[in-house]
Design a protein around this ligand. Sequence first.
Ligand code: FAD
Length: 474
Amino acid sequence: MNVFTRTVKTTNHKKQVLIVGGGLAGLTTAESLARNYSDRFEISLLEAKRTTGGRAGSFQESKTGGTVDYCQHVAMGCCTNFLGLLQRQGLDSQLHRYTRLKFFHPEHPVSTFTPSRWLPAPFHLMPALSNLRYLDRSQRRQIKHALLRLFRTSSEDLGDLLAEPWLEAQGQDKTTIGDFWSVIVVSALGESIDRVSLAAVRKVFVDGFAAAHGASDVLVPKLPLADLIGRQLTVAIEQLGVVVKTGQVVRQVSSEKEIAMADGRVLAADHVVVAVPWHVVNDLVPSGAVEKLESLAVAPASPISGLHLWFDRQITDLPHAVLVGTVAQWVFRQPWVDGKTSAGFYYQVVISASQSARCLPRQELIEIVLRELRHAFPEAQSAKLVQSKVVTDPKSVFSITPQFEELRPPSRTRLPWLHLAGDWVATGWPATMESAVISGRMAAASVVQSEFGDNLEVEAGLPRNWLTRCLIKP
Ligand SMILES: Cc1cc2nc3c(=O)[nH]c(=O)nc-3n(C[C@H](O)[C@H](O)[C@H](O)COP(=O)(O)OP(=O)(O)OC[C@H]3O[C@@H](n4cnc5c(N)ncnc54)[C@H](O)[C@@H]3O)c2cc1C
């Protein structure tokens, strides 16, 4: 029996849990409850769209019929909850792991960022930093100084500081901010350096680079997100006993625990987990159930653009590369068919915090990016662009400003049966798949806690050695 029968209590006394939203947050809530408490809960998940996966999704390219991700998603070695979720379903082998990153600067030879395998963390980063050939000695000194200051200041002491003024106060010149800090911050946080909170920047550099070996490894799906998350992960969760229904739009959850559907049905459940994006959650939940939700609903978002480019030949055999000092930020070769599709050789250029780029006329943006690719990769000079598509989600991610951090609620609400999940919940992480998965674990923990008083833990991050525990404040 499930919530579609409109019956609250079941004959076998299992409690009904209804999850609204089938992105990674909702899917993880379902997986955590089903894996650990299948004898106590009946779990149903309602997703408005035709497929699950939410923002981590793909579209069908009309001319080729191929499946293309709206935007390339990557995880890092530090994303232990996301990787754990895939591992539990036997899907972790569906990610390529890269330990090196190639950086292309228009005026310098290519650099390879390779953390040392032998030096203990956080000193394993020193050779990687020295290998960034576009930075001079004085810039590297500036960076080491600021990194040490960041490690020696606990995140609680950073309060509501913005990153850029703090970096300037640490003696970072404009070029160092632009070519080093900004490059990493914009791709990791999806927002420009002048707007992001310093606490979020610290999180990236501590958890994503310094805390442990392997933290900065880059993991790229070997198949489209629609396949990995929308199909394989979803099927694995259904096999745990979860009922997943797509094309189900929830209009509102009332304070009487009634779930009004857009098609007029009314459902009921013992617990409701709302796992929708931050800008729509206020429309769904009973008013007064969550503090500051009105402000969260209008909090600024940041766009990310994906430029999908098909060439008549290969422009580089690298699986991905970081571009420094250019409009294009990352380029990815499609990993699941060695780049070759029926329309040509496919590459995707990602531009995070793309506010300025998306104001350019589409053709002008493509011309600029083509010039940059031709400069970086000699093979691109003779390649002809045969097809292109620009996809921008204006609300890709929330803008991780100091003000946003203050608005993020916990999973638990004022109503013991109502719980929240989504990358925007107070996970301590920026808008990432890792944050969505942590929030799903938090929501499952909130359900379990409120029903039985049990605890369900979120997975710990990568283990830290004694040196990082001494050098890096919590
Ligand atoms: C362009 C782009 C690039 C990104 N790149 C990366 C990256 O490289 N690495 C990374 O880690 N993260 C990346 N992210 C962020 C990542 O996709 C998100 O953080 C994560 O997928 C959020 O998951 P979620 O479940 O919290 O929300 P969502 O994925 O937004 O899921 C919410 C779900 O709720 C559903 N829903 C909404 N309203 C209703 C309703 N009324 N009834 C029923 N269902 C409803 C929606 O249809 C959706 O499926 C990127 C995001 C974008 C947009």
